[in-house]
Ligand binder design. Structure first.
Ligand SMILES: Nc1ncnc2c1ncn2[C@@H]1O[C@H](COP(=O)(O)OP(=O)(O)OP(=O)(O)O)[C@@H](O)[C@H]1O
Length: 111
């Protein structure tokens, strides 16, 4: 899914979005000693087929949140990129499910 274009790495946890715009690479890791959990996202990285990374919005326990532009519609969105880990994947699926349920409730005006 990730299309990496840069090689210079920086630490994600010490960056804010302004600094990110001046840097070429973000490296996020829950456990710095475990490289298999690392995420390497750079400005201009393509997520999916048409979401281009423009900035860094924040970092959670499971990954990072990037500011992306849909290259087809020009819409700006936040995309959360989780670390590669099965437990994290299951947690993410649960989070997506809950958010989808909440969105359904909210759009029906039930809250
Ligand atoms: N839609 C958004 N727009 C702007 N910034 C966001 C958005 N979603 C998340 N962020 C930023 O990214 C940070 C990390 O978000 P994320 O959802 O990964 O973790 P969290 O919910 O804060 O914590 P946890 O890792 O416990 O789930 C947030 O604290 C926030 O600063």
């Amino acid at each position: 899914m990730l299309n990496l274009k840069r090689t210079q790495k920086i630490s994600c946890s010490s960056q804010n979005s302004e600094q990110f715009s001046q840097q070429e690479y973000v490296n996020a890791s829950a456990n710095p000693s475990s490289s298999k959990n690392n995420l390497e996202i750079s400005k201009e990285t393509l997520l999916g087929d048409h979401y281009e990374v423009e900035g860094f919005l924040g970092e959670g326990r499971f990954g990072i949140v990037t500011k992306c532009r849909n290259t087809k519609t020009n819409e700006v969105v936040a995309i959360k990129v989780n670390k590669r880990n099965n437990e994290i994947l299951q947690q993410a699926k649960m989070e997506i499910f809950i958010l989808a349920q909440l969105r359904g409730v909210l759009t029906q005006g039930e809250i």
